[in-house]
Design a protein around this ligand. Structure first.
Ligand code: NDP
Length: 282
């Protein structure tokens, strides 16, 4: 079997085209979707992610502003900046690029963002709403993965999904969203014994570990769907996922590549959430 590749870049472009139309209509009604992005310090990876978000926002007509703050700012100062944005009615979405410098407590910052402007979907109120299956801002990477599965009419109901990784931003929420779609979900992580026992019985594998080539052909059941969330930089500067793509492709029915897989979908769902915020839904 050779897997069909789910091209996240193409799907993202398709969705962004529709969003462009939607933003145009909102503009006509006097609503100008606006995203404020806060970048603290000078982490090159964070800077490049933020640039990608600004570029994608512009592409669909979302106004974005980048607020750059020094590494040395205090947590209180950052919380004040967030509070001003919370109070500003022309700002619909607020995103604080993670990670933050060590002296700033990430959770304090996440909880300072007004839930109705939390376009990353990380605020505990929005996570709680997601857990209980209510309408809310869904975290962008897990939401993008659901869209990728739906784009290929891959059925989720009753399927055994194995999520490798349990971070708050990817692993845990993607498992929850798939559970909401009636999958049977198994979470694996660094303390899991005999990982392969689980992945080999998976109809859908979500790899969110952060280790190049971590999932090999031997982990994959014939015909399984393999979603690769990982972004790992190799010594030659190129990017690769958590899955040994060429090997797994020979066994899977569908597979996502890196790059051009989950990454572009993550940014696209941020745009979706910003438009949703501008419409006043949360
Ligand atoms: P974290 O480092 O927060 O989480 C990694 C997870 O992998 C942890 O739960 C960890 O387990 C688990 N893990 C580590 N080693 C093993 C092992 N040997 N066996 C099983 N599980 C293991 O990473 P993130 O969730 O933030 O990100 C994961 C990857 O996805 C990264 O490469 C990141 O760059 C990428 N990413 C991609 C995005 C995209 O848009 N494509 C968006 C966000 C992230 P434990 O909890 O026990 O430590």
């Amino acid at each position: 079997m050779t897997a069909e590749v789910i091209n996240g870049k193409e799907l993202a472009q398709e969705l962004r085209q529709n969003m462009k139309e939607e933003v145009k209509k909102l503009n006509e009604g006097g609503i100008n979707p606006h995203l404020s992005v806060i970048l603290v310090g000078n982490n090159p990876a964070s800077r490049s992610y933020v640039k990608g978000k600004e570029k994608a926002s512009a592409e669909v007509g979302i106004q974005s502003e980048l607020i750059e703050l020094e590494d040395s700012i205090t947590e209180d100062y950052l919380l004040e900046v967030i509070e001003e944005l919370n109070q500003n009615p022309s700002v619909h979405g607020i995103l604080v690029q993670l990670p933050l410098p060590e002296h700033i407590e990430e959770q304090h910052v996440i909880e300072a963002i007004a839930p109705e402007k939390d376009v990353d979907g990380f605020h505990p109120v929005n996570i709680g709403r997601m857990m209980t299956g209510q309408d809310t801002f869904l975290p962008c990477t897990p939401f993008g993965i659901i869209k990728m599965l739906q784009s290929k009419n891959i059925s989720i109901e009753g399927k055994h999904v194995v999520v490798v990784g349990r971070s708050n931003i990817v692993g845990k929420p993607v498992g929850q969203l798939l559970l909401n779609e009636h999958a049977t979900v198994t979470y694996c992580h660094s303390r899991t014994k005999d990982l392969m026992k689980y992945t080999q019985s998976a109809d859908i594998i979500i790899a969110a570990v952060g280790k190049a080539n971590f999932i090999g052909e031997e982990h994959v059941k014939n015909g399984a769907v393999v979603i690769d969330v990982g972004i790992n930089r190799l010594n030659d500067g190129s990017l690769t996922g958590d899955v040994d793509f060429d090997a797994a492709k020979g066994k899977a029915s569908f597979i996502t590549p890196v790059p051009k897989g989950v990454g572009p979908m993550t940014i696209t769902m941020l745009l979706y959430n910003t438009i949703k915020a501008a419409k006043g839904l949360s």
